[in-house]
Design a protein around this ligand. Sequence first.
Ligand code: NAI
Ligand code: MG
Length: 358
Amino acid sequence: MKNILILPGDGIGPEIVAEAVKVLELANDKFALDVQLSHDELGGAAYDKYGVPLADETLDRARAADAILLGAVGGPKWDTIDPALRPERGLLKIRSELGLFGNLRPALLYPQLAESSTLKPEVVSGLDILIVRELTGGIYFGQPRERLVKDGERMAYDTLPYSESEVRRIAKVGFDMAMVRNRKLCSVDKANVLASSQLWREVVEEVARDYPEVELSHMYVDNAAMQLVRAPKQFDVIVTDNMFGDILSDQASMLTGSIGMLPSASLDANNKGMYEPCHGSAPDIAGQGIANPLATILSVSMLLRYSFNEVKAADAIEQAVSQVLDQGLRTGDIMAAGCRKVSTAEMGAAVVAALKNL
Ligand code: NAI
Ligand code: MG
């Protein structure tokens, strides 16, 4: 028996997670996965219930679980609370407490959505890249960080630290992913300016010696941002630090038409993981039943693949999603001429129906 902890979170989180759970429950029956689901709160919902964005008892449950499925956290409701208690702090804390340092963010363009991208079809068609983002170090966690008043004016600073071991373990994830894909890895940094990036590049070069089959290149992050828009298919696997990976993966998502299509996995050293869509809680469309649940449904597929090695079930979910797109069903974010606009729940139901018939 494997235990999956479900954390719906805030905004559209509960809406999209409800659909993903339906898919997961069907996969459980159909493929005899032997999983059991439990539910708890994270983010603003946890702040409302427990007074903190990640309660100790939730963290204990997360530690005990075999995998975690998360919606998204945050929203204007919590904008004015103590910054230390903001929903996003709960997310950062669960990632760091569980040691989920390896964040896999595939950006895959479904051929059915080639028209949804704002880029020319020839630039993005066939796009299939994987961004490996370091998730528990760097500037989002670095100390000291402070706001202060100096010489009568407000100032603030953050710190961007990386240790050798932190870089080595994420570089290994990048190379391992390159080995099972096309043996091409691009490490993205800002080594022309930042000391942390100079160490990053040095350590990536050292790890490369263990992977002679992988073609390694280095790119500065500003150029990488440009190249991602100019000629994204030059990339296969990208490995980069926490903040650069955050920004580049959102950018890459738009190549595929919508951030509502992109799943992610955050893994520890033993492939225990938390799985979530790349997007946030989308307060602008929350409560309307129009959010795209496919990123979360595809996160279930990643969960079954990476944490449980249930390849057949994982493949089947991806195939069901592809069939639903073939049927011309689209939520608003991926709507195109000649397609039928559906709600979050209709999209979820269509994936369930397709999976049932596979
Ligand atoms: P966002 O990703 O929530 O939304 C950006 C835009 O994409 C919005 O126009 C939204 O409507 C749209 N969008 C996002 N997901 C969608 C989906 N499934 N279907 C259709 N459209 C979708 O990013 P934003 O607006 O910057 O942040 C909103 C809140 O989410 C903030 O509180 C932020 O801190 C939080 N956030 C949480 C994350 C997480 O939980 N992992 C990640 C990013 C942001
Ligand atoms: Mg982001």
